[in-house]
Design a protein around this ligand. Structure first.
Ligand code: ZN
Length: 435
């Protein structure tokens, strides 16, 4: 099922809408946001210079630092009285990033989530349990209102108290789970410890996962634990743009459809900042073209992906972005080699004897980078020979994928840290990380 007719517009129609909305948005920020006016003036650009979509690349980029420099409301294009909601990022480093919504912004956000939830198989018949933390984080409320719009029954269980989560799932007949991939795996483990088989004792058929990368291997792991029939789709967004709902996967699992009538995507080279040709991998940059409160122009997401404009088998014409490869922030430079944690995860999940939980520790010893990976055995193994064989297997697979040697530490089952929200699996102990 396709939620709205906009999702099947022709390329020409999409581009007409985009240009009209882009011109309106550029004029709005130039007029209402002094920080944008200053940036545009410095770049020698006037709103009237935007005559076609290709002119977008003439506009200056916006970064998270711009939001921080203008904390809390400096980039807002409306009066405070017109705001109906404020969210903020967690702000683990420095000040949080504050985002605001007008009534129309909330309606647009809800519409976007209704579309991506429908793409992921949700209908009004679903009982949707939302295991994202409610609060300043946009994930929970975004999914909440989008799913409510399509008529699903919402169970706003938030995170934590995993045994109670399982009880709700069983007693309420939950069919749809909203969670991070790592928390979905954790819930299956908890259910097992309660004597509940999630495949047969529960009714969960749909997983809408987000806020963390969903690698193919992680999806496979979800199927191993939750059953092969569960449709697991990933969706994408970030609070600066709207929250979840920027894009989502359909049942063909071949990239996430971007709601192009509200967002224009570009891919740039993160170093030179040049726009890359279609199909090339680089940093995703997004322009919001119908937001009122915080219409960010060319926002650098720091997420690495690639765009695909081929028409999808599902009938939607909106372009797709590949599931994320990682973030420019997450990329580790180890002995001069660029390494994404997602590459390490793919290897770990491909080894049967170890589970999906892991920790990556990077340190420096005598001016040489050291990569250590702690993994967890799925069952206790005492034979030295067996342990040695497992270690050797992981090491050689990693060498093929990364071109690097790593130290592998095999830990006993159920000893590594579990996460209820976004998993934090990498610890970089080096003082200078870029040499
Ligand atoms: Zn599709």
């Amino acid at each position: 099922m396709i939620w709205s007719k906009e999702e099947t517009l022709s390329r020409k129609e999409i581009e007409e809408i985009q240009l009209k909305r882009l011109q309106k948005t550029v004029a709005l920020v130039y007029d209402k946001v002094p920080a944008y006016k200053k940036k545009f003036d410095e770049a020698g650009i006037k709103p009237s210079d935007i005559k076609c979509l290709a002119d977008l690349s003439k506009l200056p980029l916006t970064t998270k630092e711009d939001l921080r420099d203008n904390y809390p409301f400096g980039l807002f294009a409306v009066d405070k009285d017109d705001l109906v909601r404020i969210h903020a990022s967690s702000g683990t480093t420095g000040k949080p990033t504050v985002v605001g919504y007008t009534k129309n912004d909330l309606d647009m956000w809800t519409e976007c989530v209704a579309r991506i939830a429908t793409m992921g198989g949700a209908t009004k018949k679903d009982v949707a349990q939302i295991c994202f933390g409610y609060g300043m984080f946009t994930g929970a409320l975004g999914l909440h209102y989008g799913l409510e719009k399509i008529g699903a029954t919402i169970v706003p269980s938030s995170t934590g108290n995993s045994e109670k989560q399982i009880m709700y799932m069983r007693d309420f007949g939950t069919t749809l789970l909203v969670a991070t991939p790592s928390y979905a795996l954790r819930l299956a483990e908890v259910a097992k410890s309660m004597g509940i088989d999630v495949k047969t004792d529960l009714n969960v058929k749909i997983g809408l996962v987000g806020s963390e990368l969903l690698t193919d291997a992680m999806r496979e792991e979800m199927h191993k634990m939750w059953g092969k029939d569960i449709l697991v789709t990933s969706n994408y967004g970030m609070s600066e743009l709207i929250g979840p709902g920027v894009s989502g996967e359909c049942e063909y699992l071949d990239g996430m459809h971007i709601n192009e009538d509200y967002f224009i995507p570009e891919i740039i080279d993160p170093i030179t900042q040049e726009v890359l040709p279609i199909g090339q991998k680089g940093e995703l940059v997004v322009t919001c073209i119908s937001k009122e409160a915080l219409p960010l122009i060319r926002y650098r997401t720091k997420d690495i992906t690639r765009l695909n404009y081929d028409i999808c088998k599902c009938g939607r014409t909106f372009c797709r972005m590949d599931n994320l490869m990682g973030r420019t922030d997450d990329m580790l430079k180890i002995r001069g080699v660029n390494v994404f944690p997602s590459q390490i995860e793919e290897v770990i999940l491909s080894v049967d004897e170890i589970g999906p939980h892991y920790e990556i520790i990077v340190s420096r010893d005598n001016h040489c980078d050291k990569l250590e990976i702690k993994v967890e055995l799925t069952k206790p193994t005492d034979t030295f020979k067996e342990l040695q064989a497992i270690e050797k297997n992981i090491k050689s697979k990693l060498r093929v994928v990364l071109g690097l040697d790593a130290i592998i530490k095999l830990e006993s089952p159920n000893t590594l840290k579990r996460f209820e929200g976004k998993a934090k699996r990498v610890t970089d102990l080096r003082t200078n990380k870029n040499n």
